[in-house]
Design a protein around this ligand. Structure first.
Ligand code: DQA
Length: 137
């Protein structure tokens, strides 16, 4: 299986950013663990703080990969463009969040991704990504 994790804005600061909410490990370190844990999967990783770059990556991978694991971070709650891209591509997208967005501010309860996602996994910390990978196996 060929999968990609796409992370949105501010997730490059994982480990430093609000560690009480998002944990204290960097995504790069966690990604190494994920690759070891799922060594039968071809797993790629992309992060951008730029909305259009996330859309471009969805287009680039969305017709050849078996699945996409998308944490669009704050764009989840604002981006019609990313939502439309998820709808436009063929690869199934699993929406992921580290935190339980429903236990947080009201503005985090809205998602432009969920309607077109294969499923949504949230609130399990970085393990949310592992659960998302498992859903493709
Ligand atoms: C997040 C939740 C979003 O509301 C927030 O803007 C993020 C991270 C999460 O993984 O918990 O940046 O997507």
């Amino acid at each position: 299986k060929k999968l990609i994790i796409i992370n949105g804005p501010n997730l490059n600061l994982l480990g430093k950013r609000e560690p009480d909410i998002y944990g204290s490990s960097t995504f790069e370190d966690f990604f190494k663990e994920l690759k070891n844990q799922f060594d039968s999967v071809s797993l790629d990783y992309f992060q951008s703080n730029v909305e259009g770059e996330i859309i471009n990556k969805l287009h680039e991978t969305g017709f050849s990969y078996d699945g996409i694991i998308l944490n669009a971070a704050a764009y989840t709650h604002t981006s019609v463009g990313i939502g439309d891209a998820v709808k436009a591509i063929e690869a199934p997208v699993v929406e992921v969040h580290i935190s339980n967005t429903f236990s947080r501010e009201e503005f985090r309860h809205q998602s432009y991704i969920s309607t077109n996602a294969k499923g949504v996994i949230l609130g399990f910390g970085l393990q949310s990504y592992a659960l998302a990978i498992q859903s493709f196996l």
